[in-house]
Design a protein around this ligand. Structure first.
Ligand code: ADP
Ligand code: MG
Length: 699
């Protein structure tokens, strides 16, 4: 439970005077909240720029187009003639050095006459230009009298706005919110504060919202950095607490004797790469420890994660336990099952498959055998982790090809069995900073090298107008006995239009190439999909037209050509995934990226990177630069909190610092029980990472 101390900060924004339900809805949009926006959300809405109103020239010295604040005397009004709305209302003003005309379009006369009483002095702030030889200011940003001047911010923060919420409204609401910050203890070490010159938390918020210098707004300012660091530290602490919690949960040692692994390795038509061996060693070492394993296996497409997963399963099966392998799609689950089956036979491992397709008697029988321990390895889709699926003794759960797999899902999955060890494999490499950010609770293994004998893929970008040539080239490849993927464009957000595009393309290619062409898409019956994949992988068909269902994981080593239509519509990670379907065998592979010209800047950059490199880790870093982290991880869908204050560009360098800091803190005080620990708990509440506090208090 969040302490009552925080209640004012977490109160709805509509509790502020002047903000009713209607404005509440607008603020909700502005602050990007799914639920009611609160004061704390407003406080974390930082200005993105500032206007410097400190220039106070006399009129003769005003520089056009620069923001100035000038002291003028109101001489006379020239209102718009009645009925001539387009003519502006002019106010003639002056000082000892010159004249200034204030120009208002469509303004109410009585309002302006009250704002500018003739004969009085006013301060106006805005930008002036020469027009008709006269110095003019159109709609000054600010008009104040002597008293108001004292309150006019010399440096004015500029906030991202939404229609219906003005800058003034935000400033006012922000003032109210700033006054509600409770007295909070300092959670940072004095040495850290000194080293970075950090102000206290509340002071930092005040500084960025009421800047005194232009630099105060910058992401690199001490105040902004302090807030970003607080946010990063809160997340690293939360991950650290989860990690400690995972470990503390009793695990069991499942050290097998290696006999099944040896049998599988003997049956492989290749030898393991060095990184496969290393990853496997690390996993087996974890499995042998009486603590729970939570490990991420990172590897580029085609680096051979599946066989590592199988060998890890074999290790627990040797110890008399069971393993489960969950794939994200039906196609992949079947494919894994098919690759694993012969190896399992060689090692006497009993396997079964469970997806949405196994129903009724068949499903019951699988569940029965699973409960009896007559199945050693269960392969499937998420159906594997449904509530009524009960293992006799599940020791290892593997989640394949997932990176959109949030902290919460990880916790849920780990709760499935008594002390189940967990291995998650990623579909594509994840940039280092994001690994730290989102997978800091896990141990990491990386497969950096590709299996020996792989040839580089020749990647070309081709404008769509040259489609006929591309089709001819595909024709030659087919004659040559090669196998070709043809990926159809993403049409819209809707699957049905994707499908229509794929069907059209399929019809055309079928006409040209006959029965060699086949089609696979997401809305086909599962068994039809399998059939299509099976025919293609056996070479009964040679040209597989598809929607993006083949994106992840599909493995047909004989395929050597990949055509992607409207490549400009795909994200970088997706293109890399798709291309990863070829270049897996001995043959030389070609990837043709068809695009519609003209290309936008980002699309151009994406395609250039694709031509330049096949290194998934590098592509992941570039993707991060082009898209921002929320998109890279698909965090919005999976509910992983992206950062509100810290940005990867400006504050990325603080992340490893925060991680080390968090480690040190938890090494000294794992339960955050000491005085500093109690303060750090405040930090976790503030950034809503208090899930983690529950983990410690639960023991
Ligand atoms: P991914 O990491 O993308 O899931 P897979 O596990 O599907 O990769 O493996 C890609 C292909 O590489 C498969 O055909 C697999 O049999 C093969 N493979 C895996 N490890 C090796 C290796 N050490 N040497 C040669 N081929 C390998
Ligand atoms: Mg795979």
């Amino acid at each position: 439970m969040r302490p009552p101390l925080f209640d004012p900060l977490f109160a709805a924004i509509t509790t502020l005077s002047g903000i009713g339900p209607k404005l509440g809805t607008l603020y909700r949009r502005l602050l990007g909240r799914d639920s009611e926006p609160r004061l704390v959300d407003l406080l974390f809405h930082l200005p993105t720029a500032a206007i410097d109103r400190r220039a106070r020239p006399v009129l003769r010295e005003v520089t056009p187009d620069q923001v100035v604040t000038v002291k003028v005397r109101v001489d006379r009004h020239r209102p718009a003639p009645p009925g001539r709305d387009r003519t502006p209302h002019l106010i003639y003003t002056s000082d000892e050095t010159g004249d200034l005309v204030l120009t208002y379009f469509r303004a109410r006369r009585d309002y302006l006459e009250k704002l500018f009483p003739v004969g009085e002095t006013r301060y106006v702030s805005g930008t002036a230009q020469f027009y008709d030889g006269m110095l003019q200011m159109v709609h000054p940003d600010r008009v104040v009298d002597e008293k108001g001047l004292a309150r006019l911010p010399a440096i004015e923060p500029v906030y991202p706005l939404t229609e219906g919420i003005s800058a003034n409204m935000i400033v006012k609401a922000m003032d109210a919110a700033l006054s509600k910050i409770p007295a909070l203890p300092e959670w940072h070490d004095p040495a850290v504060l000194r080293r970075h010159g950090f102000p206290a938390f509340a002071d930092a918020l005040r500084t960025v919202h009421r800047p005194q210098r232009m630099d105060d707004i910058a992401p690199e300012s001490a105040a902004h950095m302090r807030l970003a660091y607080d946010e990063l530290l809160a997340s690293q602490l939360a991950l650290g607490l989860m990690r400690a919690h995972n470990r503390k949960r009793k695990g069991r040692a499942h050290a097998g004797d290696g006999r099944l692994r040896r049998a599988i390795i003997a049956a492989l038509p290749y030898s393991l790469t060095l990184s496969q061996t290393r990853a496997l060693d690390a996993i087996v070492a974890d499995l042998g420890k009486p603590e729970r394993m939570v490990r991420l296996l990172q590897g580029d497409v085609g680096s051979g994660k599946t066989v590592v997963a199988l060998l890890a399963s074999a290790a627990v099966i040797e110890a008399g336990c069971q393993a489960a392998l969950m794939a994200p799609t039906e196609i992949l689950a079947r494919q894994h099952f098919n690759t694993i089956a012969p190896l399992a036979v060689a090692a006497d491992i009993r396997i079964a498959i469970l997806t949405g397709r196994e129903r009724g008697r068949e499903r019951n029988e699988i569940l029965e055998r699973l409960a009896q321990g007559e199945i050693d390895l269960l392969v499937g889709t998420h159906a594997v982790f449904q509530d009524d699926v009960i293992f006799r003794d599940l020791a290892l759960a593997i989640v394949d090809e997932q990176h959109r797999f949030g902290v919460h899902q990880r916790l849920a999955l780990a709760n499935k069995g008594e002390a189940v060890d967990m291995l998650v494999t990623t579909a594509t490499p994840i940039p280092r900073t994001l690994v730290l950010t989102y997978f800091g609770d896990m141990d990491i293994s990386e497969l950096r090298e590709k299996p020996a004998g792989r040839q580089p893929v020749d990647t070309r970008t081709i404008p769509l107008e040259r489609l006929p040539e591309v089709i001819d080239a595909v024709g030659r490849a087919l004659e040559d006995g090669q196998r070709v993927y043809w990926v159809c464009p993403l049409v819209e957000e809707s699957e049905s239009s994707d499908l229509a595009a794929a069907q059209d393309r399929f019809k055309a290619l079928r006409k040209r190439f006959g029965a060699a062409a086949d089609l696979v898409h997401g809305q086909m019956r599962g068994s039809d999909k399998d059939e299509a994949m099976r025919r293609f992988s056996l070479g009964e068909t040679q040209l597989l037209v598809s929607t993006t269902v083949i994106e992840v994981g599909v493995d047909v080593p004989e395929a050597t050509v990949m055509v992607i239509e409207h490549a400009e519509r795909f994200g970088l990670a997706q293109l890399h995934q798709l291309r990863g379907r070829i270049g897996r065998g001995r043959g030389k592979s070609t990837c043709l990226l068809l695009y519609r010209a003209p290309l936008g800047e980002t699309a151009k950059a994406r395609l250039a990177i694709m031509r330049e490199t096949e290194d998934g880790f590098r592509i992941a870093e570039e993707d991060l630069k082009l898209r921002g982290e929320g998109d890279v991880l698909g965090t919005r869908q999976s509910g992983m909190p992206a950062f509100r204050i810290a940005s990867p560009e400006a504050h990325g360098h603080l992340l490893p610092v925060a991680r080390d800091d968090a480690r040190l803190i938890l090494a000294r005080d794992a339960a955050l029980a000491g005085e500093r620990g109690q303060s750090l708990r405040m930090l976790l509440y503030l950034f809503e990472r208090d899930d983690a506090i529950r983990l410690i208090d639960a023991g």
